[in-house]
Design a binder for this molecule. Sequence first.
Ligand SMILES: [Zn+2]
Length: 457
Amino acid sequence: MAQGIAWPALHGGATAMTLALAWQLERSQWWTPDELRRHQQRQLALVARHAATTVALYEERWAGLDPTDPAQWHRLPLVSRADVIAAGPRLLSRRYPADHGRIDEVRTSRTSGEPVRVRTTEVVHAMWKALTLRDHAWHRRDLDAHLAAIRYAGPEVARPPDGARSQGWGPATAALAPEAPMSLLSVDSTTDEQVDWLARVDPVYLIVYPSVLGAIARRVAERGVRLPSLRQVRTISEALSADTRALCREALGVPLVDTYSAEEVGYLAMQCPERETYHVPAERVLVEVLDDAGAPCGPGEVGRVVVTDLHNFASPLVRYDIGDYAEVGAPCPCGRGLPVLNRIVGRRRNMLVYPDGRTAWPLFTVACREAAPYVECQLVQDTAGAVRLRVVPHADRPIDEDDRAALAAALRASLHHPFDVAIEVVDRLARSPAGKLEEFVSYARTGITNSCDSSSP
Ligand SMILES: [Zn+2]
């Protein structure tokens, strides 16, 4: 910032870059689908050529194909999460441009199987910040207002009853509204602790996982709690059901804005400012929605979500099958040319039920993975007092008695209750018709039905 200049702000460096991107995004959202597609194709060719010539995985898989030729695009094989995990260093570029800045490693956190690891750059981070600003602009958020978040914050961070308090919402708005109040509570808390905390903090905005929001909204209604300052709820990280959206409006009296993103690629779709459908940020990612035969789905059809990251030159993800499903939408009446998704059918969580009826969002995968080696696991709750961990062992490393004891102890500690724990060793875990694994399933009853019970599309 130049000396003696307070207003209007004269930003330099990374903030200036973010604002320059945000200004371009403000214009490009109104381009026609054809214009967007033309510009996207230019960037797509650059990243595809880079992947084809500097990344071992694509050199092997694309032999004889030209990934920059739109006519051959559909012949490029999809890359699954399992492929990314198996590829390891063969997904890294041997020569990424130095001016893309510092490299960070991103590790997906909330999966029951092995995490997906990718590298990202400062270019990717700048795009993420600009899109975050677009989302704030679309939904008319006051960047100086009080934001509360209930999410995973790391072990022993932001514990109930008080959580943690800080200034600034995060990197995207740090330079623009450095003093905005921010309150954080670990998602590793009970629904009642969350409701008590919200009533005390009384935020203007709340950011939360959909399954957690559903439970909070029910408790708020049952207990007659009021959150007088709340203006808007923002959901992240899981598939949102229509029920939860309706419940938010009824119980909390405010609109809900949903975002579809993934740690390894950032934003994939953001809610339209005028409707409850989503726009794909075509300036940042190519999202293909494909049927079982690999052909693009039309409006109203549900297919698998296949993502190409246009700007990650460190770990290029080209035609990455992220494991979610989405329904394609018709062009949006709001006038934006960005592609439309009607709904996302992805991961959903069940809520854990304690014997006294309390509910909580179970966090156990990190603790279990530290307790014993295994391929993947699933936690099943049959009654309010008992849980069952179904574990698939490595072929060369069976689960022994010590592992069982360690897993049971890790579960009781991370669920904060002395549950009856059974460890069940299985050859495989059943997946939904869409191929998804539910990492936690509860059949315990709270007397209220949980709208987040089903995860299959
Ligand atoms: Zn729209």
